[in-house]
Design a protein around this ligand. Structure first.
Ligand SMILES: [Zn+2]
Length: 80
């Protein structure tokens, strides 16, 4: 799934499908890749996931499921 992004911040997206993180991008809990998602897995536990593991283990995006991680480094964040 490809999302349009404007200056790194997703827009035209449902709430609860992404989360803004400041600072360093977390690592995937299942491998050493950078994590792009934080969410529930089909194993019933929550964790950070890279794209590959989110595809294989994630249950989806949305409230109670998971969020895509958007990392910002400094500056104000416009979440609209
Ligand atoms: Zn991974």
């Amino acid at each position: 799934m490809v999302w349009k992004k404007k200056e790194g911040i997703p827009y035209n997206r449902p709430k609860n499908t992404y989360r803004i993180l400041k600072g360093e991008q977390p690592k995937c809990d299942f491998c050493s890749e950078l994590a792009w998602y934080d969410g529930l897995t089909i194993r019933g536990m929550w964790g950070y996931m890279c794209r590959e593991h989110f595809t294989g283990l994630g249950v989806g995006l949305g409230l109670g499921k998971g969020q895509e991680i958007v990392v910002v480094r400094g500056g104000d964040v416009n979440e609209n």
